[in-house]
Design a binder for this molecule. Structure first.
Ligand code: SAM
Length: 292
């Protein structure tokens, strides 16, 4: 068992020999934390995914620090060098371009390496696009799984999505705009057009947008529009759509779907499809209840 604990007296002291994983904003600079700024100002050096981007961010906060790059293609060699400096008593802040290091970003390997070498690692928590999107989705947040980016390789994507067909937990995917249409149509093949989805884009920015809909409607929408900005896709788990899980009362069924983020129109359509009845039948029942 490896046990790492801190004996420091001052809670926020920045100590030599420690690797700090520092979360940075995902679009809105005001989201940086006071503690993150303190660590970035006081460490001996910063390891950054992209030193230019991080240099710009640091200069916005009036911080100037020696930097080394640490990214996907130099992480083995550079990880060893950073660990050696930490063993010599220096302190280091690891940052990525946005959000929390080690979440679909470099970081995981150096944490493992530090753990192997007995180097203390601590986290300065902050923004994470996945959690920000999940909380805004209106979809069940009690149990979820993070899937990150689907592979660019067609076979690997298909295998992963096939594995997820029965997944009952809410699923979180990251996606870049140029791949969004392909991903939505792959999601439709595996999860069906009625599955609830929340498309969360430009989070924390001026044009933040959350679209709570079904996969089928999202596919249609993007037939006519080009995706822009970075996306997080929150997809409802299989249980919400599963026949056995819906209430006997069709109106309650619609309410349940609306309650988990669907528009009323989509919920009526989805409930009708799941129950194998006409959309208008469900619509009339919902209208009747609304008038009561
Ligand atoms: N480590 C980061 C985190 O904690 O969220 C994620 C880095 S990953 C390389 C970048 C992906 O995160 C983007 O392609 C997008 O899916 C998601 N993302 C990052 N910022 C976002 C934002 N402001 N709005 C929506 N999605 C965002």
């Amino acid at each position: 068992m490896s046990l790492q604990s801190s004996t420091q007296k001052e809670k926020n002291a920045v100590l030599g020999g420690v690797l700090y994983l520092v979360a940075t904003p995902i679009g809105n600079l005001s989201d940086i934390s006071e503690r993150a700024l303190k660590v970035l100002s006081e460490v001996d050096f910063v390891a950054a995914e992209d030193t230019r981007n991080t240099g710009l961010m640091l200069s916005r906060f009036g911080i100037s620090k020696p930097m080394v790059s640490y990214f996907e293609h130099n992480k083995r060699e550079r990880g060893g060098q950073i660990a050696a400096r930490l063993e010599n008593g220096e302190s280091c802040a690891l940052v990525t371009d946005a959000g929390t290091p080690a979440i679909s970003d470099p970081g995981e390997d150096i944490v493992r390496l530090c753990a192997e070498r007995g180097i203390t690692v601590t986290s300065i928590p902050g923004c994470c696009a996945a959690i920000t999107a999940l909380t805004l989705s209106g979809i069940d947040t009690r149990r979820f799984c993070f899937e990150g980016f689907l592979s660019a390789n067609k076979g690997e994507r298909r295998d992963r999505l096939s594995e997820l067909e029965g997944e009952k937990r809410t699923m979180i995917f990251y996606e870049a705009p140029h791949k969004l249409k392909t991903t939505l149509s792959d999601l439709m093949k595996h999860f069906g057009e009625d599955r609830q989805i929340a498309l969360c884009r430009e989070l924390t920015k001026l044009n933040e947008e959350v679209s709570r809909t079904t996969i089928g409607s999202a596919v249609k929408f993007y037939e006519e529009k080009d995706p822009r900005g970075e996306y997080v896709l929150i997809v409802a788990g299989a249980s919400i759509a599963a026949k056995a899980d819906y209430p006997e009362d069709p109106v309650l069924h619609v309410e349940m779907l609306v309650g988990s983020g669907m528009s009323k129109k989509d919920a009526i359509k989805a409930a009708a499809k799941a129950r194998g009845v006409a959309k208008n039948d469900i619509y009339s029942l919902v209208m009747k209840k609304d008038e009561e």
